[in-house]
Ligand binder design. Structure first.
Ligand code: TLP
Length: 344
C-alpha cells in the first residue's frame, strides 16, 4: 500500500521538528495567573497581527467563537449568520446551550450574505415580543461554501448596516490566514470590520492545538472570565502557545502552496465523469465536489481503499482539504487515484 494521502482536513497535520523544538524550549508559567510569558507573547503577537487591542488564547475554534458570542449577547438575543456557518452547523448547539441565544439564518451565495438579505431580519427595537438582534456573524474563509473568500466590499457593506442598527460584528476567521494570503488583504484589514475575531492555529498553520480571539480590551477582559467559567483556564500552556507562535511566524505565507494544490485537484476533478465541481469557487485550500450517480459513502470507501482519506462536505458532496503535510507528489498520486476511482 502506498502512502495515505489525508485530505480530510487541514487539522490533521503533525507538528514539524522545528515546531517541536520551539515547544521544548518554551518558557512557561501559570496562565490562570496570566504568568505564562509565551502565552502572553502569542496573545500580543496575534492582537497586533489583527490590529486589535488584545487577544486571548483558547483551546479550540469552537470555544473562541462561542466565547465571543457569549460576551456580545444576553440570553434571548439573536445572531444573524449564513445557513451553513460553522457556528450553526458544527458547534453542537452551543449558542443555545452556553448563551441561551438563537441564530437567524440566511441562505448565502457561496457563503456571502448581503445587507439586502440581512436588513429585513433585523428585529425592530419597538417589537418587545421579538428577540433582540445583537450580532452579525461572518465566516471567512467559508468552510462549507468551499473555502471561499468573502469579498471585502461585501464585508464593508454589512458593517455599514451593522453600524446603522447598532449591531456587533463577529468574524469566524478559523481560516482567515488563507483568505488573506489568497486575496492579498491583510488579516488586520479584514479584522477591522469586526468587534470580535476568532482565528485558528491548528488548521492550515500546522500547530497541534489552539485558537485566539481578539477584540478591544474590555471584550477580551470579559472573554477571560467566560473562558475560565467554562473550564478553559489553562496552566503552563506556553508549551503549546510556542507552537502557535511558531505557526504564525513561519507558516502563513506558505499557505499559497496549499491553494495551488487545491487548484490542481480541482482542475483534475473537473475533467472526470460522475463529478460536478465549480472550479472558479476553489479560492483557497478546500475543494468541494458533488458526486452524481453514486452514494458518497461508497466513493469515500473506494477512495480510502486506494489511499485517499476524505470526508463529506454535504449530503452528496465530498470535501478535500490541502495542507502542509500533503506534498505536490501526493497531489500527483491523488490525481491518479481519482482517475481510477471515477473512471473504472
Ligand atoms: N472545522 C473542522 C470541522 O469542525 C468541520 C474542519 O475540519 O474544517 N470555524 C470554522 C470555519 C471551522 O472550519 C472550524 C473547524 C471551527 C470554527 C472550529 O474549530 P475547532 O475544531 O478548533 O473547534
Amino acid at each position: 500500500m502506498n502512502r495515505i494521502i489525508d485530505l480530510r482536513s487541514d487539522t490533521v497535520t503533525k507538528p514539524s521538528a522545528e515546531m517541536r523544538k520551539a515547544m521544548f524550549d518554551a518558557d512557561v508559567g501559570d496562565d490562570v495567573y496570566r504568568e505564562d510569558p509565551t502565552v502572553n507573547k502569542l496573545q500580543d503577537y496575534t492582537a497586533e497581527l489583527l490590529g486589535k487591542e488584545a487577544a486571548l488564547f483558547v483551546p479550540t475554534g469552537l470555544m473562541g467563537n462561542q466565547i465571543c458570542l457569549n460576551v456580545l449577547t444576553q440570553p434571548g438575543d439573536e445572531v444573524i449568520c449564513e445557513r451553513t456557518a460553522h457556528i450553526f452547523q458544527y458547534e453542537s448547539g452551543t449558542p443555545a446551550k452556553l448563551s441561551g441565544i438563537q441564530l437567524n439564518l440566511i441562505n448565502g451565495n457561496k457563503g456571502v450574505i448581503i445587507p439586502e438579505q440581512i436588513e429585513p431580519l433585523i428585529r425592530p427595537e419597538s417589537a418587545y415580543y421579538m428577540p433582540r438582534t445583537k450580532v452579525i456573524e461572518i465566516e471567512n474563509t467559508h468552510n462549507v461554501a468551499g473555502g471561499t473568500i468573502i469579498p471585502l466590499e461585501e464585508i464593508k457593506r454589512v458593517k455599514a448596516l451593522a453600524d446603522k442598527y447598532n449591531l456587533y460584528m463577529h468574524l469566524d476567521g478559523a481560516r482567515l490566514w488563507n483568505a488573506s494570503v489568497a486575496s492579498g488583504i491583510s488579516p488586520s484589514e479584514y479584522a477591522g470590520f469586526f468587534d470580535t475575531v476568532s482565528v485558528c492555529l491548528s488548521k492550515g498553520l500546522g500547530a497541534p492545538v489552539g485558537s485566539l480571539i481578539a477584540g478591544d480590551k474590555g471584550v477580551i477582559e470579559e472573554a477571560f472570565r467566560v473562558r475560565k467559567a467554562i473550564g478553559g483556564g489553562m496552566r503552563q500552556v506556553g508549551i503549546i502557545a510556542a507552537a502557535g507562535l511558531y505557526a504564525l511566524q513561519n507558516n502563513i505565507d506558505r499557505l499559497k502552496e496549499d491553494h495551488d494544490k487545491a487548484r490542481l485537484l480541482a482542475d483534475h476533478l473537473s475533467g472526470l465523469p460522475g463529478i460536478e465541481i465549480e472550479k472558479e469557487y476553489v479560492h483557497t485550500n478546500i475543494v468541494m465536489f458533488r458526486v452524481t450517480g453514486k452514494k458518497i459513502d461508497v466513493v469515500l470507501t473506494e477512495l480510502k481503499e486506494n489511499g485517499i482519506l476524505a470526508g463529506p462536505g454535504g449530503y452528496d458532496v465530498i470535501r478535500f482539504v490541502t495542507h502542509l503535510d500533503v506534498s505536490f507528489e501526493d497531489i500527483d498520486a491523488a490525481k491518479e487515484i481519482l482517475t481510477k476511482v471515477f473512471t473504472d
